[in-house]
Design a protein around this ligand. Structure first.
Ligand code: ZN
Length: 143
């Protein structure tokens, strides 16, 4: 695994939290994006070389809605950049980690992403993310 790509923070209201994080970090959000696969609205900030992702539930079935119901707002996941997400998934599986989606999916910010279940990583939801290929992601080679 490479560097921490970003830290994800679950928030109830993206508009309110955008203003808060703008004050906290001293910079406005540089990007907002709806991620259909996760039912979330996201917003990204830079803090020096680091990135913060705010996540707001788009609907009640969203994992973010469930997270906030159970644990309230706060740090939701830590994302690590990887060069080859398929290789990392199989490496981590063989190390005993529980991978939530073995087939990487399209996440925010043009990334392929996969998550590890927090129960296998000391309560931390870990996201793996790889810069998506410029060509549309295709499963053809695996069929
Ligand atoms: Zn993330």
């Amino acid at each position: 695994m490479n560097k921490i790509e970003h830290i994800g923070i679950a928030v109830k209201n993206l508009e309110v939290s955008n203003k808060l994080f703008e004050k906290l970090l001293g910079v406005p959000s540089y990007k907002t994006e709806k991620v259909l696969s996760e039912g979330v609205n996201t917003s990204f900030f830079r803090a020096g070389p680091n990135k913060i992702e705010l996540l707001e539930a788009e609907n009640e079935d969203s994992p973010i809605a469930k997270f906030i119901q159970k644990r309230g707002e706060g740090v939701h996941h830590i994302a690590f950049a990887v060069d080859d997400i398929y290789k990392e998934i199989s490496r981590l599986k063989s190390e005993g980690f529980v991978v939530l989606n073995e087939e990487p999916k399209k996440g925010a910010d043009n990334k392929l992403v996969a998550f590890l279940h927090p129960k296998s990583s000391n309560g931390v939801l870990v996201e793996l993310c790889q810069e998506a290929p410029t060509q549309p992601f295709s499963k053809a080679s695996k069929q």
